[in-house]
Design a protein around this ligand. Sequence first.
Ligand code: 8Y4
Length: 279
Amino acid sequence: MQFASQWLDLSEPHVMGVVNVTPDSFSDGGSLFPSQSLCLDAAMSRARDMVAEGASFLDIGGESTRPGAEPVSAQQELDRVIPVIEAIKASLDVVVSIDTSTPQVMLEAAAAGAGLINDVRALGRAGALSAAASTALPVCLMHMQGDPKTMQDNPVYESVVHDIGDYFKQRVSECEHAGIAAQKILLDPGFGFGKSLAHNLQLLNQLQSLANQGLPLLVGMSRKSMIGNVLNRPVDERLHGGLAVAIMAYERGAHIIRVHDVGPTVDALRMAHAVMSSI
Ligand code: 8Y4
């Protein structure tokens, strides 16, 4: 699959490293950056490490989807992510994924060299479908039930796997109408986004049925509460659980795994790939 200037062979597993440039990001333990430039240095240091550890993608997000997070203006989002994208493109060989739901950010990130649009709202905001289409970049459509503020209150599905499969069929058709070819679409069931623990576990166990739609699958479970709740571990002790679910997702047809811990995940997936490619 072509991601702007880079081609990636999706018959092998790929790791997407998370680079948060929100002041409240989980992975930085809630530390506050005193200035924009310190934030850029910290993000670049993380980015370099992740590429050295084998990340194919870096996911750059400037808006938090935590329940209760402050809404961010488009300008604020641009101020956070564009310098990071430019710095990564200037020095690292990696596909930049722009984690945004904001049409203007999609356009400016694409101009700055991003290779993938990763939208947790699946291009649902006004103007997002046409903005994404005009970039001609691949897009990842993530499923979310409800909105970040209230999505975990009481999520209900008839059948979580079938409901999400139906949602994907409908959304892919809406994208095609807007001029985004199906060959440019990746799907993501959105672990933790409007799902109970039981929903998340069932989704992972039956991920193969979503892979059967024929579009590449991206999944993100790294450090999420589905691991914390099963293992009763805080967020900084979820790596081993995260490796287990990364391998299970790959075995069930996932192509790209979004994680905070790139090195360990790359090793685990390389091992699994060696076994699964043997005859
Ligand atoms: C600890 C650390 C606990 C992080 C929770 C979290 C996904 C995504 C997010 C995903 C795609 C997160 C932007 C939530 N999750 N994009 N983004 N798929 N495609 N929470 O699963 O990492 S943010």
